[in-house]
Design a binder for this molecule. Structure first.
Ligand code: ADP
Ligand code: MG
Length: 238
C-alpha cells in the first residue's frame, strides 16, 4: 500500500498565492478527507498530487518515491471528478475499460478486469447499457469503475457526490466507505461538506486559504478544534 507525502508545497497563479507551504502525510490505506470552504485550494492540492498541476515549489512523494517531476500517468493514481462525463456512445463495459483499451491491453485482460470491477460495484447486470439508460448513482459508479479498473495505488476524489441529490449522496457515501474497505487502497477525498468529512474520514485535513488549519481524526477535530475556524467549520459547540 501507498502513502502520499507533501513537503512544503507552494502554488501561485501569477501574483495569487493559493497554496502556502503545505506539509502533509497521508498514510498507506488511509481514507483521508480534505475539507474546507470553496476556493481554499482543495482541488489545486489534488491536482498537484496527481501531477495535473505543477507546484511552484515543494515536493510530492508517493510510496516514498519522489514524483515531483513525474507525469500523471506514471504516478499510479486515478482521479474521480464531480462531473463524471461518460462517453454516451459507449456501453458501460466500454466506458469502464476505455483507459485499458487506450493503453492497448489485450482484449481478454480488459474483459476480465471490467468484469471484476463491475462485480465490485454491482454493475454486472448493466454492462451492455449506454449511459443515458442509467440512473445518476449508476453513472457515478461507472465513473468510479473507470478508476478502479486501472488498479491504482491511490484514488483521488474531487467532490464526486456534489451533483447528486441528498438521498443518493448518503447512499454513495456508504458505498464509497465500503469500497475503501474492500480495496484497502489509499484514498484522498475532497469535499466542502462537513457531514461527509465527519462520517467518511479516517483522517480529516482542514484547509483554509491555502494552508492547513488542522489534521486529525473526526473525533479529535470535534473534541479539540485547534482554531476558531476549525471549531466553526466542523460544527463544535465550543
Ligand atoms: P477549492 O477546490 O477549494 O474550491 P481551488 O483549488 O479550485 O479551490 O482554487 C483555489 C484558488 O486558486 C481559488 O482562489 C481559485 O480561484 C484559484 N485558482 C484555481 N485554479 C486557477 C487557475 N488555473 N488560474 C488562476 N487561479 C486559479
Ligand atoms: Mg474544488
Amino acid at each position: 500500500m501507498t502513502s502520499v507525502v507533501l513537503e512544503k508545497v507552494r502554488k501561485s497563479f501569477g501574483s495569487l498565492e493559493v497554496m502556502k507551504g503545505v506539509d502533509l502525510t497521508v498514510d498507506a490505506g488511509e481514507f483521508c478527507v480534505f475539507v474546507g470552504p470553496s476556493g481554499c485550494g482543495k482541488s489545486t492540492l489534488l491536482r498537484i498530487i496527481s501531477g495535473l498541476e505543477t507546484q511552484t515549489s515543494g515536493k510530492v512523494f508517493i510510496d516514498s518515491k519522489d514524483v515531483t517531476d513525474a507525469e500523471p500517468s506514471k504516478r499510479g493514481i486515478a482521479m474521480v471528478f464531480q462531473s463524471y462525463a461518460l462517453y454516451p456512445h459507449l456501453t458501460v463495459a466500454e466506458n469502464i475499460g476505455f483507459g485499458l483499451s487506450l493503453a492497448r491491453r489485450p482484449k481478454a485482460e480488459i474483459a476480465e478486469r471490467v468484469k471484476q470491477t463491475a462485480d465490485i460495484l454491482q454493475l454486472s447486470h448493466l454492462l451492455d447499457r449506454k449511459p443515458k439508460a442509467l440512473s445518476g448513482g449508476q453513472r457515478q459508479r461507472v465513473a468510479i469503475g473507470r478508476a478502479i479498473v486501472r488498479n491504482p495505488k491511490v484514488f483521488l476524489f474531487d467532490e464526486p457526490l456534489s451533483n447528486l441529490d441528498a438521498s443518493l449522496r448518503s447512499q454513495m457515501r456508504i458505498e464509497l466507505t465500503e469500497l475503501h474497505a474492500k480495496l484497502g487502497a489509499t484514498m484522498i477525498y475532497v469535499t466542502h461538506d462537513q457531514v461527509e468529512a465527519m462520517t467518511m474520514a479516517d483522517k480529516i485535513v482542514v484547509l483554509n486559504g491555502g494552508a492547513i488549519e488542522q489534521v486529525g481524526t473526526p473525533m479529535a477535530l470535534y473534541n479539540n478544534p485547534a482554531t476558531p475556524f476549525v471549531a466553526g467549520f466542523i460544527g463544535s459547540p465550543k
